[in-house]
Design a binder for this molecule. Structure first.
Ligand code: 6GU
Length: 236
């Protein structure tokens, strides 16, 4: 998979894609991630990437020209209908559809993902109208820009790529993959400062351990995220 990130703060991404699973996936050739400065696609003499909103109001709006030029360069066209198959151009914005594990799974199937990091104040709507295939928000809170959201989406997608994880079962056991939160985990020592690891995990009875894990996962989900147990929300 190829992932291109478009941002006005490319330095923001310097370290984050060089650790853990993303780093491993890059080195293994499972994913190719490139971060692009939107300013490099601004061809006016001041390399302007944003401007004041028509109609007035606070903040600055990202201009359309550099973003159209970037998409033409990275995708080959700025006509959405003619994007190569398996191309998704995602705008990270608080106005988007909420990012869920189901969305991560869908994006993990594509060949080319372009992530446009919006600014909180806005992106010229013509970017949306002509270029964007998906608008995604990572939750109901305000971030100053889409950069942190692009990192979240990249991490969630890359760890789903075949062979990105060390063990081929670990993604299936994650929270949300079956619609429930994960069960508790313990490692040595079996007793630490008077706190003992649940006995069932020490006895080697795998059927009992599975049953215990399932029960704890259900209990935790009921306690923390009752909403996940509703049938209508069971789309994880
Ligand atoms: Cl994708 N962008 C911004 N600016 N704020 C957000 C968000 C994205 N998702 C949640 N809040």
């Amino acid at each position: 998979m190829k992932i291109d990130v478009l941002t006005i703060f490319p330095d923001f991404f310097d370290a984050v894609f060089d650790f853990g699973i993303i780093r491993r996936a890059k080195l293994a050739g499972i994913v190719d991630i490139n971060v692009h400065d939107i300013r490099e696609y601004a061809h006016d003499k001041h390399k302007m990437v944003d401007d004041r909103p028509f109609g007035g109001g606070d903040g600055m709006v990202l201009k359309p020209e550099p973003i159209f030029a970037a998409i033409e360069s990275l995708v080959g066209t700025s006509e959405r209908d003619t994007y190569p198959q398996g191309t998704r151009v995602v705008l990270l914005t608080p106005q988007g559809k909420q990012f869920k594990q189901t969305v991560a799974k869908e994006l993990a199937e594509v060949q080319h993902l372009v992530l446009i990091c919006g600014r909180y104040e806005g992106v010229d709507e013509r970017v949306n109208d002509a270029l964007v295939t998906d608008e995604i928000s990572i939750g109901d809170y305000v971030l100053s820009g889409g950069e942190a959201a692009a990192i979240v989406v990249t991490d969630a997608v890359v760890r789903l790529l075949p062979e990105a994880l060390g063990s081929d079962t670990s993604a299936e056991n994650d929270s949300f993959s079956d619609g429930l939160l994960d069960c508790p985990h313990y490692t040595r020592p079996a007793e630490f400062r008077g706190m003992r690891v649940p006995e069932v995990l020490l006895n080697g009875n795998h059927a009992e351990i599975e049953k215990w894990r399932r029960e704890r996962a259900l209990e935790k989900t009921r306690l923390m995220r009752d909403d996940l147990l509703d049938v209508k929300n069971g789309e994880m």
